[in-house]
Write a protein that binds this ligand. Sequence first.
Ligand code: ATP
Ligand SMILES: Nc1nc2c(ncn2[C@@H]2O[C@H](COP(=O)(O)O)[C@@H](O)[C@H]2O)c(=O)[nH]1
Length: 219
Amino acid sequence: MTTSGHGTDGVERRGLMFVLSSPSGAGKTTLSRMLIDRMPGLRMSVSATTRAMRPGEVDGRDYLFVDKARFDAMVKGDELLEWATVFDNSYGTPRAPVEAALSAGQDVLFDIDWQGTQQLREKARADVVSVFILPPSAGDLEKRLHSRAQDSDEVIRKRMSRASHEMSHWAEYDYIVINHNVDDAFAEVQSILKAERLKRERRTGLVSFVRGLQGQLQG
Ligand SMILES: Nc1ncnc2c1ncn2[C@@H]1O[C@H](COP(=O)(O)OP(=O)(O)OP(=O)(O)O)[C@@H](O)[C@H]1O
Ligand SMILES: Nc1nc2c(ncn2[C@@H]2O[C@H](COP(=O)(O)O)[C@@H](O)[C@H]2O)c(=O)[nH]1
């Protein structure tokens, strides 16, 4: 699915799909925004959803807010790379922008649940790097959902009651980060991305780079 771009050291490499998942409220959106602001070469995948817009959310930036008929048409037209029902709403990743970003040599960041992560992994295992974010405690998770002040008590209750099930998928992920403190969690997630960008298998330009070095040594 991916084509090559260039790393910061000029060596060609395949783009990667960097996935953050967690129980609702553990901090994926917060960490995603920090990554997008601070990591050049990383583009956010903007999901389509049928859920209602929260105060402060912007259509096209936070989500593509669509009705059920439009979502179903996207599924039928194979416009989504993955999709799932989460908390009674439909969510899915539009395929075209992801493929365009990867073709342009960029990495793509996904804030999606475990069902979507499984689907991406089935399609492109070698190019998916997945991170599961855990809250430090159940009490902290609940406090965070309340402090966000964007969901009703009923919605928060529903999300808390799903948290244990969401978390049961932690062992399917490549990395686990416990979000005690947002700056520390960000530093950990950033380190994972930096290291994964340097992985030998995705650095398609290394063979010719090393040959060039050897040529210089012989010449
Ligand atoms: N380490 C932290 N300490 C305290 N508060 C935090 C921390 N990380 C995130 N938060 C706060 O917790 C709330 C929930 O965070 P966020 O929206 O990033 O979670 P999320 O995992 O994206 O949730 P959802 O899956 O529902 O979209 C926000 O108000 C955010 O500012
Ligand atoms: N499988 C997918 N899951 C997605 C996608 N976009 C978001 N999500 C996940 O949904 C829940 C709830 O999100 P919220 O914004 O309503 O709080 C959360 O776990 C997201 O990660 C998607 O495109 N596919």
